[in-house]
Design a protein around this ligand. Structure first.
Ligand SMILES: Cc1ncc(COP(=O)(O)O)c(C=O)c1O
Length: 414
């Protein structure tokens, strides 16, 4: 396949021990990247090392405590390099959802009745419900950017009615975890900046696939989750310094008032945080350049090309199967390698069971918390849709096995 020969797939796969996992004698094929990726070896080792070498709380004068502070500092630096901000602009938390609740509640302290908050129909509800709930508490209005249900993109035709001088915050996903559409952030960012609104970007789905540049996206706040890109079950938020300094999160009177610590309630998951640097450095080690950021950028160029070629093959071949209906934006729209579909007369749940039991293929069914997409397409009452997604460790052979399974599903699943 074009462009695929120079891609170091064997070297990459060797970094992921779980790729050897067998269930009932079948080696597992992980096409469930959008729900969470496998963990890179260095991350697993770093987490074990942290616990084996003595774990500690922060603030002590003894070696393990000093080392724990270094672990957190290094993790912030790596995440700062990953998205292009300084380490003081990075707060780490249990997951994106919890961090969004914290940030939305903190920001909403300054909202007045009648202020407006903008969310979208294409987003995961983690970038919708925390904002709606905070807005309701303050009698603010919610404005929706609608999804064009034919094109599966955001409808930006009436943006100046949705984003108005009363808008305080605009919340937008970088890419849809439901159907893979990469959003036109630039147009939305410009509309938000014009009225002085804060732009919040949910980069959870895009982070494994797209090089993220906080400033280029014109983001003020950006969130992502490490378990979607080869790391531990943790989330992080990048917040522009001026906004972070002013932010007043709910916190203990005794805990730090400094950024970024003021957003990090309680004792953090130090052992998981120890896995952050190796997760980020999966990209660093794959790329070329003088700095970590340059290497990350070049790694994404490699990954994007590889994943796009495989995803395109899946899209083309699935679209030729009469019993499969794809849900995707057209060719003109950039997409992550995430593919949504249904099979005629077989429920999404049955499709996933068939793929898992017969072929060891991990896939997902339902609405994936991007529930409004399913509401708009009227899919939720029938079990939503099937979602598969590629990661840099997936192979052409795995794609062939999946496509073969899909060709035979009507006969074999009887
Ligand atoms: C696009 C998107 N946003 C937010 C989330 C929520 O992330 P977390 O599980 O870290 O709360 C997910 C999880 O699947 C997601 O795909």
């Amino acid at each position: 396949m074009e462009n695929q020969n120079s891609y170091p797939i064997h070297q990459i796969r060797a970094e992921f021990p779980a790729l050897n996992r067998q269930v009932n004698g079948i080696t597992q094929i992980y096409l469930d990247g959008p729900s969470g990726t496998q963990v890179v070896r260095g991350c697993i080792q770093a987490m074990v090392n942290y616990m084996e070498n003595g774990s500690a709380n922060l603030g002590g004068k003894y070696q393990t405590s000093i080392e724990s502070m270094d672990v957190i500092d290094d993790a912030r630096q790596a995440l700062g390099d990953f998205v292009g901000v300084s380490k003081d602009e990075i707060a780490i938390g249990p997951n994106m959802t919890s961090l969004t609740y914290m940030v939305s509640r903190a920001l909403s302290q300054s909202w007045q009745a009648g202020d407006e908050i903008v969310v979208t129909e294409l987003d995961h509800r983690a970038n919708v419900d925390p904002w709606i709930q905070a807005a309701n508490d303050k009698n603010c209005t919610i404005n929706w950017i609608k999804m064009d249900s034919e094109k599966l993109i955001l409808d930006l035709s009436n943006l100046d009615e949705v984003i108005t001088p009363k808008t305080k915050v605009v919340c937008i996903g970088h890419a849809s975890n439901g159907v893979g559409t990469i959003n036109d952030i630039s147009t939305i960012a410009d509309a938000a900046k014009k009225v002085g609104a804060i732009l919040v970007v949910d980069a959870v789905h895009s982070a494994p696939h797209l090089y993220i540049d906080f400033n280029q996206l014109k983001a003020d706040i950006l969130l992502a989750s490490l378990y979607k890109f080869f790391g531990p079950h943790l989330g992080f938020v990048a917040i522009k310094k001026e906004i972070f300094d002013e932010l007043k999160p709910y916190k203990l009177t005794t805990s730090p008032t400094t950024t970024p610590e003021k957003l990090e309630t309680g004792t953090q998951n130090h052992e998981a945080i120890a896995g952050i640097v190796p997760a980020v450095d999966f990209f660093t080690n794959l790329g070329k350049g003088n700095t970590r950021r340059e290497k990350i950028k070049s790694a994404f160029e490699l990954i994007e090309k590889y994943e796009d070629t495989l995803a395109e093959k899946i899209r083309v071949e699935l679209s030729q199967l009469p019993h499969v209906q794809l849900y995707q934006a057209d060719k003109t729209v950039r997409k992550t390698p995430t593919i949504a579909f249904r099979v005629k007369n077989i429920s999404p749940s049955q499709v996933c069971s068939f793929l898992a039991e017969k072929y060891g293929i991990c896939s997902g069914d339902g609405h994936f918390y991007a529930k409004t997409i399913g509401d708009r397409l009227d899919l939720n009452k029938d079990g939503g849709w099937v979602r598969i997604g590629l990661a840099p460790y997936n192979t052409e052979e795995e794609v062939e096995i999946f496509l073969n399974a899909m060709k035979n599903i009507l006969v074999e699943s009887k």
